[in-house]
Design a protein around this ligand. Structure first.
Ligand SMILES: C[S@@+](CC[C@H](N)C(=O)[O-])C[C@H]1O[C@@H](n2cnc3c(N)ncnc32)[C@H](O)[C@@H]1O
Length: 233
């Protein structure tokens, strides 16, 4: 499929820039959640291209933050994007994005380390770790696939900022900022070890959105019944 055709089908309507979203919601990066934000759309597009062909794919993005990579994933044609974000402050900005791409984003607010990812995708596209091991990274998917409860090891390499995402104790990768889509080959043992080691680095945050921020975007308080609903996990 020609790139122009693909992009024109997935183009997003005009939105505030990521920088504006950060200012609007006063989103200061929190060190304990490894937060740093990608603002350059050329860079986020390039990163997302590394995940292979996302056209019509089911994708899980862990730690979307203000949504820079999220926008690029949508532009790349993902049909079903589940974002799992631990920090509640980002949810209103993600809901704006969800309204710009109706029915294509599902927002889950919670900790990926405790999240039952496999329950959130159709059973017929899920694969076991063993099935996934032989998949070639970057190979365009013949059909959407998803590993049970996984964050792709390869994609963590691609999408994590190495300075902030390595566990300080073990130097293993962990936590948010990762993207998983069809075709990635994870390393379950390393991943599991990384998760266990990093549990203590991610205490559940208790921040709530300041009232003035909620008031700034009234649409976010309306209950949603479509794919853009926020699910607490
Ligand atoms: C490095 S920032 C990346 C933000 C965004 N993807 C970007 O590129 O601008 C990591 C994100 O992961 C989130 N995060 C960290 N640990 C998490 C966890 N255990 N579960 C879900 N999200 C997590 C943080 O709140 C933050 O939004």
């Amino acid at each position: 499929m020609a790139a122009t055709q693909k992009l024109s089908g997935c183009r997003l309507p005009p939105l505030p820039t990521i920088g504006e979203i950060i200012k609007l919601y006063n989103l200061k990066a929190q060190k304990q959640l490894s937060q740093n934000f990608l603002l350059d759309t050329r860079l986020t597009d390039k990163i997302v291209r590394q995940a292979g062909n996302l056209n019509n794919a089911h994708v899980c993005e862990v730690g979307p933050g203000p949504g820079g990579l999220t926008r690029s994933i949508l532009k790349a044609g993902a049909a079903d994007l589940l974002v799992v974000e631990k920090d509640m402050r980002f949810i209103p900005g993600l809901q704006l994005l969800s309204e710009a791409a109706p029915g294509r984003i599902r927002i889950a607010q919670g900790d990926i380390l405790a999240y039952k990812l496999e329950r959130r995708f159709p059973a017929n596209i899920t694969k076991t770790w063993e099935d996934e091991v032989n998949c070639e990274h970057r190979k365009p998917p013949t059909q959407p696939s998803l590993s049970h409860g996984s964050i792709s090891h390869h994609c963590q390499k691609l999408f994590h900022n190495p300075r902030t995402s390595l566990c300080s104790k073990t130097k293993r990768r962990c936590g948010g900022g990762a993207l998983h889509s069809a075709g990635a080959a994870p390393d379950p043992a390393a991943l599991q070890a990384g998760r266990e080691d990093c549990q203590e680095r991610f205490p559940v945050p208790e921040e709530t959105l300041p009232q003035r921020t909620r008031d700034a975007v009234p649409r976010v308080s309306a209950p949603r019944t479509d794919g853009g609903a926020v699910v607490q996990c």
